[in-house]
Structures are given as C-alpha cells and as structure tokens.
Design a protein around this ligand. Structure first.
Ligand SMILES: Cc1cc2nc3c(=O)[nH]c(=O)nc-3n(C[C@H](O)[C@H](O)[C@H](O)COP(=O)(O)O)c2cc1C
Length: 156
C-alpha cells in the first residue's frame, strides 16, 4: 500500500518522527516522505493513503510551512471526498488552551472539504517525557490496520 507522509514542523521533531516511521515500517508499506510545504491540492490523489504529522506553534497555529497549502485549499475549495487520511499532532500541554491545535486545525480543514479521517488523531505531548516516535509508530500501526480492514480487504 502506498502511504504519503507529510510533516509540518518548526523545530524538526515532526520530520524526525516521520523518518522513524519509515525506518520502522518501511518494509511493510511503500512510503514517500515530504515536507508539507511541497504539497499542493493536485497531489491529493486517491491512489495513496495520506498521513500528516504536524506540530503546533505560536498560539495554537500550524507551522508556517503548512500555510501555502492551507491557503490553496481555502482559495480553490477542492472536493476532497476521495481522500483518506490520518493525522498525528505534536504539542506541549504547557500550552494548555492551545494544546495540539495545529494538527486539529489541519484536520478540520481537510474534513470541511470532504476528506475522510481514518482512526483517531494521534497526540504527542512534549512535556510527557516520552519519545514521540514511541507514540507515533504504534498509533500508525493501529490506524493502518483499521484502514486496511475497512477499505483494502476485499478489494485485493
Ligand atoms: C514558539 C512555540 C510555540 C508553541 N506553541 C504551542 C501551542 O500553542 N500548543 C502546543 O500544543 N504546543 C506548542 N508548542 C510546542 C511544540 O508544538 C512542540 O514542542 C512540538 O514537539 C514541536 O515539534 P516540531 O519540532 O515538529 O515543530 C510551541 C513551541 C514553540 C517553540
């Protein structure tokens, strides 16, 4: 199965998480990995499963690297009903009111345009003392199992 992984990062942690995912799961899935700054609406095709990994910056904002994509979606108002995606957010509970709002905003934007979210949003809290990849890799494993059970089995 083809999986397109896109990260939106400020300090590089989200990118590192994606690289760890590819290292851990790359034998089982056909991953491509890219910065969300290179993503265009035209890339949201249906021949792959999309996974977004986004941190939060400012006061509950997505990283700047996501803003061109967000603006393009708002301008073009695409119908994303063919898109299946999962999303993992990195944040810090220290920012109580805006904890993980960046990934929440990206998730809402995609769903507003008809995209179907698979599984629950994965959440990492940087103040937890845990390593983000230790949360993200099992989360994605579970999410992909749910996706395969619902959408892939029976079609192959
Ligand atoms: C300037 C700044 C603002 C932040 N604002 C928030 C925030 O509003 N909410 C939140 O949950 N985390 C916030 N964080 C925490 C980051 O999202 C968290 O450290 C994350 O792991 C960084 O991942 P990245 O390296 O991929 O950008 C902020 C971090 C910085 C440096």
């Amino acid at each position: 199965m083809k999986i397109k992984l896109y990260y939106a990062t400020i300090l590089g942690t989200s990118q590192m998480v994606c690289e760890d995912i590819v290292e851990a799961m790359g034998e089982d899935y056909d991953f491509s990995l890219s910065d969300i700054m290179h993503l265009s609406v035209d890339d949201l095709n249906q021949d792959a499963f999309f996974v977004f990994v986004s941190s939060t910056t400012g006061h509950g904002e997505m990283p700047d690297s996501a803003l061109d994509f967000v603006e393009e979606v708002r301008e073009r108002q695409p119908n994303l009903s063919g898109l299946r995606f999962a999303i993992f957010g990195l944040g810090d509970q220290g920012y109580a009111d805006t904890f993980n709002m960046g990934s929440q905003r990206l998730l809402e934007l995609l769903k507003e345009h008809g995209a179907i979210q698979i599984g629950e949003r994965g959440i990492f809290d940087a103040s937890s003392g845990e390593m983000p990849e230790d949360i993200a890799i099992p989360w994605l494993g579970e999410t992909l199992k749910a996706y395969e059970n619902e959408y892939v089995v029976g079609n192959v």
